[in-house]
Design a protein around this ligand. Structure first.
Ligand code: F6P
Length: 324
């Protein structure tokens, strides 16, 4: 293998740049030519592919976002789109690709590999942490810390006014951000898509809590089965007769996707990027390079996207016990 390409795709996550840097520099270190594909699969279809050098990735290890840009491509879902993408890679003589992204990115990469056989490897880039085959995904730690900083600030004002705050964090299908920011932020409740939300139970506990606490923090993952934070708040509020308590909703939104990556995310990104290039050279294909129990592991794309990564049970217990 002499030439490889790297791209970022789907929702961006802090640390993607550190990962791109690791891929580019490891490839050059190993004597490979490396190309950057801009705007993910969309740019692959349009032929937006440029040679990368060591200096192309200077001064990016600390930056959020992705210098390669990111996109979600409808055309890549069609056989015609994928054929165009393949032809563009062939024009540059590219023999292997590194895809940095989440489950959507790997779903595309798996199909692409099965259709054209081009050696493909992934790095877990998503704030959601919802990929099987790695303990953490690149960007998760930063997103949790961003959410936590916001929760701390909201807690100050919640306490000052004796209010009940519903804080919505990202996580369309997974509650990892909600759980970790909830534990760190001392939330009274955390609502996640993985477990059924018991509104009656929350109302009951809130009534009890009010004997000892004047304010409460409830963290809601955007994909919770009971609805988003506004909907959950309305459901809870409608069951509480005492109108003296004020209920407020704050949606943290895309601030969770940006910002300088934490040290943990930079290290994880660098490890995964290097492991991806080394994996490609060793014949590890159609799989993701992740880190589990401190060790680099290669997990087939099929498992990464097909198996569910469960929440850590102790975490849910912690929230229940520590919120009394
Ligand atoms: O996949 C990561 C994620 O942050 C989800 O939690 C969220 O629902 C989604 O991206 C939103 O992404 P976008 O606004 O880019 O469509």
């Amino acid at each position: 293998m002499k030439k490889i390409a790297v791209f970022t795709s789907g929702g961006d996550s802090p640390g993607m740049n550190a990962c791109v840097r690791a891929v580019v520099r490891t490839a050059i270190f190993k004597g490979l030519e490396v190309y950057g594909v801009f705007r993910g699969y969309e740019g692959m279809i349009e032929g937006d592919i440029k040679r990368m050098h060591s200096y192309s990735v200077s001064n990016i290890v600390q930056r959020g976002g992705t210098i390669l840009k990111s996109a979600r491509s409808k055309e890549f879902r069609t056989p015609e789109g994928r054929k165009k993408a393949y032809d563009n890679l062939m024009k540059h003589g590219i023999e292997g690709i590194v895809a940095i992204g989440g489950d959507g990115t790997f779903t595309g990469a798996k199909i692409f590999f099965e259709e054209f056989g081009i050696p493909t490897i992934g790095c877990p880039g998503t704030i959601d942490n919802d990929l099987y085959g790695t303990d953490y995904t690149i960007g998760f730690d930063t997103a949790v810390n961003t959410a936590l900083e916001a929760i701390d600030k909201i807690r100050d004002t919640a306490a000052a006014h004796d209010r009940i705050f519903f804080i919505e964090v990202m996580g369309r299908d997974a509650g990892f951000i909600a759980v970790e920011s909830g534990i760190g932020g001392g939330a009274e409740f955390v609502m996640v898509p993985e477990t059924a939300t018991d509104i009656e139970g929350v109302v009951k506990s809130l009534k009890n809590l009010r004997k000892t606490k004047s304010s409460s923090i409830i963290v809601v993952a955007e994909g919770d089965d009971a609805g988003n934070a506004e909907e959950v708040m309305q459901k809870v509020k409608s069951k509480i007769k005492d109108t003296s308590k004020e209920f407020k909703v704050t949606t943290l939104g895309h601030i969770q996707r940006g910002g300088n990556p934490t040290a943990r995310d930079r290290v994880l990104a660098s490890r995964c990027g290097m492991a991806a290039v080394e994996g490609l050279l060793k014949g590890e294909v159609n799989c993701m390079a992740g880190v589990m129990n401190q060790q680099v592991v290669y997990t087939p794309f099929g498992d990464c996207i097909g198996k569910t990564k469960p929440l850590i049970e102790d975490h849910l217990k912690l929230i229940e016990i520590l919120s009394i």
